[in-house]
Write a protein that binds this ligand. Structure first.
Ligand SMILES: NC(=O)CC[C@H](N)C(=O)O
Length: 222
């Protein structure tokens, strides 16, 4: 199964994501944002966390206009899998591949700590290793994690069972305690918490490994 990790100026979780994907059995290529195509046979595009373009304008807004985004869009439109973490989630919202916006945290502070999440749905390649309602613990590290889906958006996401993760204790004001969402075809996941920072015992937690195992397993069989 082949994964491409996009790298933007200011990405800082790209290596972590590559390590977690590799440990789960993926063959990983790093793809600089100036590229206009993805490696042949890419199954999954992973958009990493960090501070692309210093979060200027609005987190993810400038990266969403990078050359590689046209190739990402083509991949998604062909039904390809995409996974965005933190700044990657912000970028996916800014491209319109996922609905909604990530605004400044409710308390206007950067938050860096582990949080407990509830798995919202097991019905996706990413979350199929869990049962809905199960609790997992991942680190968060962001100042713009306050998700809003816009008018009627949360009702739609909830009604279509597209909330992938919810915060047990809401750290940032996110609407409906949303920590991660799926696209309407369930093949794109965006989430603010970092499963790649909880994927090895040396990181202090391994809950995230189940996500990488699940998605690489599904795609290896596809
Ligand atoms: N670790 C991350 O990707 C978080 C950075 C992000 N741009 C923010 O809201 O702070």
């Amino acid at each position: 199964m082949k994964a491409a990790v996009l790298v933007f100026p200011g990405s800082n979780c790209d290596r972590d994501l590559a390590v977690a994907l590799t440990a789960a059995g993926a063959e990983v290529a790093m793809v600089w944002h100036k590229e206009t195509s993805l490696p042949e046979g890419t199954d999954l595009v992973a958009v990493p966390g960090g501070f692309s373009y210093g979060d200027y304008l609005r987190a993810g807004a400038i990266a969403a206009r990078s050359p590689v985004i046209a190739a990402l869009r083509d991949h998604a439109e062909r039904g390809g899998y995409v996974f965005g973490v933190c700044n990657g989630f912000q970028i996916l919202c800014e491209t319109g591949l996922l609905p909604g916006t990530l605004m400044r945290n409710r308390d206007l502070r950067y938050i860096c700590r582990s949080v407990t999440l509830r798995v919202g749905t097991a019905d996706s390649a990413f979350t199929s290793g869990w049962r809905a309602g199960e609790k997992v613990s991942f680190p968060i590290a962001h100042h713009d994690g306050n998700y809003t889906a816009g008018p009627g958006g949360l009702e739609r996401l909830t009604g279509e069972d597209r909330v992938a993760f919810r915060y047990v204790t809401n750290p940032n004001g996110s609407e409906g305690d949303v920590a991660g969402i799926l696209s309407d075809n369930r093949r794109i996941l965006g989430m603010m918490p970092h499963p790649e920072r909880a994927a090895d015992p040396a990181q202090g937690g391994t809950d995230g490994a189940a996500l990488f195992r699940a998605v690489t397993g599904v795609l290896a069989e596809a």
